[in-house]
Design a binder for this molecule. Structure first.
Ligand code: PEP
Ligand code: MN
Length: 332
């Protein structure tokens, strides 16, 4: 961190600053410049405790030189993180997670599981506890939904991913699922991040609706810092000025996060676009940009879905997409 001084900073201002920097446990190094002077704040301690240095007299600005996240960064660990789930290697192979937005009934989840498995999906998705924008919308089957997902897993041999909506359900969700999803609205639920960090189970962390990359990576940092290295990031579209689609799929961040972090990153073209006809092109674009996989909403009868029917693929479109993807995988 650099503390840049005002041109007219006095000797006394500088001395007080140096004492404060040292009392925080850092080394203060003077960096004289031809125009103005800066003080380098050096040491392995977390720089956050030095962020109030900007309030001292004589300080023009504070410049952070290092990134606020550490454990998730390639500077800390350059080797890609590979997460094994049911014989699949997330972070190495291109993994497709597919299933309904919500588990609605035994018949529905079994039909989807059978269909997506046949088409080549690796993991079954399905919401049992649903975060809904309005309290009047279907809130999910809860525990009953988890039991149905488990039944489908046993019948079709597909590992499952489902959302943890509230910390109070952590034990039951962890017991039933192979991957715990943390939804966009909970990306900065720091208590939840710390609790799932105490588990070893893989976590699918979705990017918040308005989260910047550093906030997204810092949310992942919470989980790693609490002891769980198995985090899969998910770019699920962000809010922009554009209202023609539900959200905007930020493929920039997929390519950039691959450079900055060793964690796997997948995309969710269903929530990113909100329009089923856009899901195939956005899935192919995600593959092309280097995403490690996809999470897609698939419903046997999207027109009758209790949630997110407008963005869900039917089984035929999903199967067509999987064929296109395998064609891309052969040519790219
Ligand atoms: C979902 O996956 O069904 C979901 C609610 O996703 P998000 O948290 O990204 O909105
Ligand atoms: Mn959904």
């Amino acid at each position: 961190m650099l503390v840049v001084l005002e041109k007219n900073a006095s000797e006394n201002d500088i001395q007080i600053l140096v004492e404060q920097i040292e009392s925080l446990g850092f080394k203060a190094q003077m960096i004289p410049g031809s125009f103005r002077t800066a003080i380098g704040v050096l040491g392995d301690k977390n720089y956050e405790i030095a962020s109030a240095l900007g309030r001292f007299p004589g300080v023009k600005e504070i410049i952070r030189v290092t990134k606020p996240y550490k454990l998730v960064s390639r500077e800390f660990k350059n080797e890609d993180t590979i997460i094994k789930v049911g014989g699949h290697e997330i972070g190495k192979d291109f993994i497709v997670m597919a299933g309904p937005c919500s588990v609605e009934s035994e018949e529905q989840i079994m039909t989807v599981a059978e269909g997506v498995k046949k088409a080549g999906a690796h993991i079954l998705r399905g919401g049992a506890f649903k975060p809904r924008t309005t309290p009047y919308a279907f809130q999910g089957l809860g525990l009953e939904g988890l039991k149905l997902l488990k039944k489908a897993k046993i019948r079709f041999g597909l590992p499952i991913v489902t959302e943890l909506l509230h910390v109070k359900n952590i034990d039951v969700v962890a017991e039933y699922t192979d991957i715990i999803q943390i939804g966009a609205r909970n990306m900065q639920n720091f208590e939840m991040l710390q609790e799932v960090g105490k588990l070893k189970k893989p976590i699918l962390l979705k990017r918040g609706l308005a989260a910047r990359m550093d906030e997204f990576l810092l949310a992942a940092e919470y989980i790693l810092n609490a002891g769980n290295p198995n985090v899969i990031l998910c770019e699920r579209g962000i809010r922009t000025f554009e209202t023609a689609t539900r959200n905007t799929l930020d493929l920039n961040i997929v390519a950039l996060i691959k450079q900055v972090s060793h964690l796997p990153i997948i995309t969710d073209p269903s929530h990113a676009s909100g329009i089923s006809s856009l899901v195939t092109p956005l899935s192919l674009a995600s593959y092309a940009v280097g995403a490690h996989g996809l999470i897609l909403e698939v419903h046997p009868e999207p027109q009758k879905a209790l949630s997110d029917g407008q963005q869900s693929l039917d089984l035929k479109s999903f199967s067509d997409l999987m064929k296109k993807l395998s064609h891309y995988q052969n040519v790219l």
